[in-house]
Design a protein around this ligand. Structure first.
Ligand SMILES: *Cc1c(COP(=O)(O)O)cnc(C)c1O
Length: 397
């Protein structure tokens, strides 16, 4: 049994706040400041350059990768940390396209996060080989997986609606026509009991500052299936992905397995914060997490629908068909979200009209859900959002 009251106690949630935005930026693990301070003073401060060996900094990217691997159902030794998610998307996509030189189509969907699509556009231009980024509606992805497709680039959980793609079915379909799959787990890692190895995914990428609580700008991860790990060519062939970085050869030779997906110097301070965040996952059973996430989102969805008829559900109604968030469409969604935030219920807004609420069982419980619903009901039925200060847009929504 996973003790979610115990995990809740591991996080700092500001007084009076119900934080339903862990899907954008997870809260501070209470142990992180001391962990980062220790890495600074005891390691950086005292060891200086010898920290790479003495404190094991060089091995952190794969060591931490193994801890993430358990949470996403990946084989140990096949996940590495580094860079940002956008960079990891580029790496996976470049590697996959090179594995299918005779095919020119990258298949994605209109629910994908723009950065993934932008990175694909940029790569297509750099390659100059006539690739096409084909974007279809989320429900139509399966029908569009044909023999023309080199690779599917799909974010498993839609960042706006929380709609969940069927990873197993889509991966099987792709494999039946010889296409490769890249799964973006940005809103999956730490939110569901995803099983990469069981689904036979080819590549996966994700970030660690959302449901994994690694802090703003925490390093991203990339997974390459064991069957491809020693043959993929890294497009971003940085020195730390080299077979022997400290041989300082003049030409590149790819490192063994997942090591080749490293690029440059790992962010040791950020990895220290992430390690503290991953401690909170040590005793978490991912099936229990998924069950609890589903019961929290279902409770929220039903309560809000019953109390706020002016909001239109934008997420799948069936718990099995969504990730760990619930979204509602509302014409004045931006102002409504500002009014909620002013009253301590923190979700976020995604254009054009989506009010988004994330539920992460590590620190949200039924009491939080019901208190949030009371405040949402008050704001919505009283139209308390309709004040000029709630309509003024900030840069980050
Ligand atoms: C959050 C998110 C990103 C962000 O990428 P960064 O490089 O970390 O800024 C990219 N893709 C998806 C699907 C996301 O949800």
């Amino acid at each position: 049994m996973t003790d979610f009251a115990a995990t809740k106690a591991l996080f700092h949630i500001p007084k009076g706040m119900i934080y339903l935005d862990g899907n954008s930026l997870g809260p501070l693990p209470k142990s992180a400041p001391a962990r980062v301070a220790r890495t600074m003073t005891d390691e950086w401060g005292e060891m200086l350059i010898t920290g790479w060996n003495k404190a094991g900094w060089m091995a952190k990217a794969t060591e931490v990768g193994d801890r993430v691997a358990r949470l996403i159902g990946a084989e140990a030794g096949h996940v590495v940390m580094g860079d940002t998610l956008s960079i990891k998307v580029y790496q996976a996509l470049a590697a996959a396209l090179e594995m299918r030189p005779e095919r020119k189509v990258i298949l994605s969907d209109s629910g994908n996060f723009p950065s993934d699509l932008y990175m694909a556009e940029g790569l297509i231009k750099s390659l100059g080989q006539g690739h096409e980024l084909r974007i279809v509606a989320p429900e139509e992805v399966e029908a569009h997986i044909t023999e023309e497709v080199a690779v599917t680039l799909i974010t498993e959980v839609d960042y706006r609606t929380g709609r969940l793609h069927d990873m197993k079915a889509l991966t099987a379909k792709a494999q039946s026509v010889g296409a490769l799959t890249i799964w973006d787990l940005a809103h999956t890692a730490g939110a569901t009991d995803v099983k990469l190895a069981e689904c036979k995914a080819d590549f996966a990428v994700g970030c660690t500052y959302k449901y994994l609580n690694g802090g703003p700008g925490a390093p991203a991860f990339i997974y390459v299936a064991p069957r491809h790990a020693d043959t993929v060519r890294p497009a971003l062939s940085g020195w730390l992905g080299h077979e022997a970085p400290f041989a300082f050869d003049l030409s590149y030779r790819a490192g063994a397995g997942i090591e080749r997906m490293r690029v440059g110097t790992p962010p040791i301070l950020a990895l220290a914060a992430l390690e503290a965040a991953l401690d909170a996952w040590e005793n978490v059973d991912m099936a229990a997490l998924r069950a609890r996430s589903q019961s929290l989102t279902q409770l929220f969805l039903e309560e809000v629908e019953a109390r706020c008829p002016m909001l239109t559900l934008a997420s799948p109604r069936a718990a099995a068909a969504r990730g760990s968030q619930v979204s509602f469409a509302f014409e004045n969604g931006y102002a409504a979200m500002q009014a909620l935030i002013a009253r301590g219920v923190v979700g976020d807004f995604r254009a054009p009209d989506i009010m988004r609420f994330g539920f992460t069982p590590l620190f949200i419980d039924e009491g939080d859900v019901l208190s949030a619903c009371d405040i949402i009901e008050e704001v919505m039925t009283g139209a308390l959002w309709d004040r000029p200060e709630y309509h003024a847009r900030a840069a980050v929504t």
